[in-house]
Ligand binder design. Structure first.
Ligand SMILES: Cc1cc2nc3c(=O)[nH]c(=O)nc-3n(C[C@H](O)[C@H](O)[C@H](O)COP(=O)(O)OP(=O)(O)OC[C@H]3O[C@@H](n4cnc5c(N)ncnc54)[C@H](O)[C@@H]3O)c2cc1C
Length: 381
């Protein structure tokens, strides 16, 4: 029988090369990036040089045309070394996917090659009063003399200020509810765009998260993505594909924590033997490895469904994000437990991994929201 559960060799090779790059050029800076709350410029440069910061962009626009599973592997391997750095390819996919899914050929020709050249692309959906209920967003767009005028603000925007481009989801006619919402491409240099101070976060400290303000930003018609009123559906369709990248981050974090804990359990001696020899520790490591492998299979299956546009994608993407991020919190906490006091301090990376893992349960829809999506899309067997 054909081996359905073995990665084809090109994906194994991709994993190997991204792991080598991450270990050499990203991991050495992960602790400093976290401690100093600074953007992981070394990672950004290394990923850009290797063609990995926006590999999802189709080849006709200068990208690698990497499929959804390849992007998952890239993000997983970068997150294993430094989760904040893994947000570079993840945010670039999230920000540009509305354009890829719903934009015109002219728009794709204009913005996607610039993304490949290193100009980041962020995604602006959430607002201070519209998080889980994103359709309640109040950033307003109106017809102007020569196009559109955008006013309002977005909250919690990943890589804000670093990215050159922003997909902004705005309300054009609140009497229509979510059908009044449209999506626009906004540039950092557009007059009237400004940014708040970076949030002081528990984890992912290397990735700036800021408010973005729009003060009478004038946008020509060529900035509208897709149809007027089609922005909310586009935003939700985008998340169906990109929640899998959050699962990939959680997977990489959990894998990293398992490896640190396993190595430590062989090095640390108590009561005259390696702590690995205690069954209590072995059971924890066994659970960690078992849960990681289950999450990996689910996440890779979701990635293949994303690539093939399968009808059960919504269930699989929500399930992969929810299951893997819950698993990552448990796994990183257990890794800390295995390291004892040493796990609780920053000499080892597991406490950073746990702080980072927490975000994966919250963004791109909290895990309560994922469970609602899962329940509404239960599979029929
Ligand atoms: C570091 C960071 C980076 C982010 N990056 C981005 C970004 O790049 N772009 C972007 O647009 N957004 C981004 N977000 C926003 C993120 O997606 C939201 O924070 C998230 O969707 C939750 O919204 P909220 O914070 O307003 O929580 P709320 O919606 O206020 O939820 C509060 C609590 O209520 C629960 N809850 C809400 N509704 C229900 C319900 N119906 N049933 C059960 N429980 C419910 C939630 O699960 C949660 O536990 C980011 C957030 C963070 C923290």
């Amino acid at each position: 029988m054909e081996n359905l559960f073995e990665l084809p060799s090109e994906y194994k090779d991709l994993r190997k090369s991204v792991r080598a790059l991450a270990e050499k050029e990203i991991a050495p800076f992960a602790q400093a990036v976290d401690e100093n709350h600074r953007f992981p410029q070394e990672a950004a440069t290394a990923l850009q040089k290797a063609g990995l910061s926006a590999a999802h962009v189709p080849t006709e626009y200068g990208g690698d045309g990497a499929d959804a599973l390849a992007i998952v592997l890239i993000i997983e391997e970068v997150a294993r070394a430094c989760a904040a750095s893994s947000l570079i390819p993840a945010v670039n996919k999230l920000g540009s996917l509305p354009l890829i899914l719903g934009g015109s050929e002219v728009q794709k020709q204009r913005w996607l090659p610039q993304l490949v050249a290193g100009k980041g692309f962020s995604y602006c959906l959430s607002e201070s009063d519209a998080g889980s209920d994103a359709s309640a967003l109040r950033t307003k767009v109106e017809r102007g003399k020569d196009g559109w005028i955008l006013n309002g603000s977005k909250k919690w925007i990943s890589n804000a200020g670093v990215s050159e481009f922003y997909t902004v989801i705005a309300q054009g006619d609140s009497s229509l509810g979510s059908k009044g919402i449209s999506a626009f491409i906004v540039e950092k240099s557009d007059p009237g765009v400004s940014f708040g101070a970076p949030e002081k976060k528990m984890g992912f400290r290397g990735s700036p998260t800021c408010e973005v303000y729009f003060d009478n930003v004038e946008l020509h018609d060529d900035r509208l993505i897709g149809e007027v009123g089609g922005g909310y559906i586009l935003a939700m369709d985008t998340l169906d594909h990109t929640r899998i990248t959050i699962a990939a981050q959680a997977l990489g974090l959990a894998q990293g924590a398992l490896e640190v804990a396993t190595k430590y359990s062989h090095e640390r001696k108590q009561f005259g033997k390696e702590i690995f020899d205690f069954q209590g520790i072995q059971f924890m490591l066994a659970d960690m490895a078992m849960n990681i492998e289950a999450a990996r299979q689910l996440t890779y299956a979701a990635a293949v469904k994303s690539e093939n546009g399968e009808t059960d994608l919504r269930f699989f993407s929500a399930a992969s994000k929810c299951f893997t991020s819950d698993m990552a919190i448990k796994t990183t906490q257990d890794a800390i437990q295995i390291l004892g006091g040493y796990g609780y301090v920053s000499d080892y990376p597991v406490e950073r991994m746990m702080r980072d893992a927490k975000l994966t349960q919250i963004y791109e829809g909290t895990n309560q929201i994922q469970r609602i999506v899962i329940a509404r899309n239960l599979p029929h067997y």
